[in-house]
Ligand binder design. Sequence first.
Ligand SMILES: O=C(O)CCC(=O)C(=O)O
Ligand SMILES: [Fe+2]
Length: 384
Amino acid sequence: MEGCRSEIIFMSHSMDVAVETKIKDDILESQYQKGVQHLCESGITRVPSKYILPVSERPDTKGGEKNALDLNLKLPIIDFSQFQGSDRPQVLDSLAKACEEYGFFQLTNHGISGDVICSIIDVSRRFFELPFEERAKYMSRVMHSPVRYGTSSNQNKDDVFYWRDFLKLTCHPLSDVLPLWPSSPIDLRQVAVTYSKQTKLLFQILMEAILESLGLVGTTKNENDDDILREFEDGSQLMVINFYPSCPEPDLTLGSPPHSDYGFLTLLLQDQVEGLQIQHEGNWVTVEPLPNSFVVIVGDNFEIFSNGRYKSVLHRVFVNSSKSRISIASLHSLPFKSSVRPSPKLIDEANPRHYKDTDFASFLEYLSSCEPKRKNFLESRKLN
Ligand SMILES: O=C(O)CCC(=O)C(=O)O
Ligand SMILES: [Fe+2]
């Protein structure tokens, strides 16, 4: 009898512990869902276990953190002003080489003024400095909300969280989405509209040049060649403002996991703080910030459209212990309802079709069904 009683007491005690632990975990989980900035404001001095990556995925392992100089690499830089002049054929060659070998390049002299660039970085910083309650108005766990303040990479799915908060703004069709954008800071809408319109235009001009580098549009244009360019006029555009607070133990975590971007091209603006790395020949290479330039990233849709000739590039973000970092990604693709498929002109006997058709709905389905790590979505679109 006595033994039985103590067993019951022991059981109810261990149940209390289990319930208590569960309640504690739930409270902590709801704290993490509020974002890294909120966590930092509570005065933490260590990285909570929720953000600690397995050793093999930390920034200083897995191929090592390298800069281009150590690897004897010259990361591609394209001077946009040369597109217009007599050097256009050579610049198109460099463009093709960058997209084939690296899946990215840095773009200088692109024509978007320093003022527009400073203003968007400045207003983004002010947004993340707002009181939490103001930012929280835009918090949503629904992946495709037109406006979404969130944290980590996929906060509904990530076991380990990443050291990033973000504000995602759908930019098209502008008149529908603008009233949903944050009304504070007071100048955010106006600054972000100017920035999104100018990056959209830059994307369209770049697309024309890149299609020319693939031999798909050119001096002898025909009607079909222009179809895709016309589709881009009404294409999708998403702006993601990323904020990476400084981190007390940056070696244990990442700001963003290795991933490729979904669309055709991403025009990425980074402030002067290092963090972005691209994967090249198995190494993680830091893309040093170049003042007033864009990092142009080839996305999954473009790899599919080019039938594998241009490569969507894996990239990730590391954080540091002294400075917060801001980046603004402008992601461009065809209209959400369009299908993306390899261009028929890039398919022949020697180079058969390598990818299935895809659309945005299947991407969203993929996102809600599994962890968006590495190149899995693109892998799922590959034939054979
Ligand atoms: O912050 C960065 O440099 C990269 C951000 C990024 O990869 C993204 O928003 O898709
Ligand atoms: Fe990205």
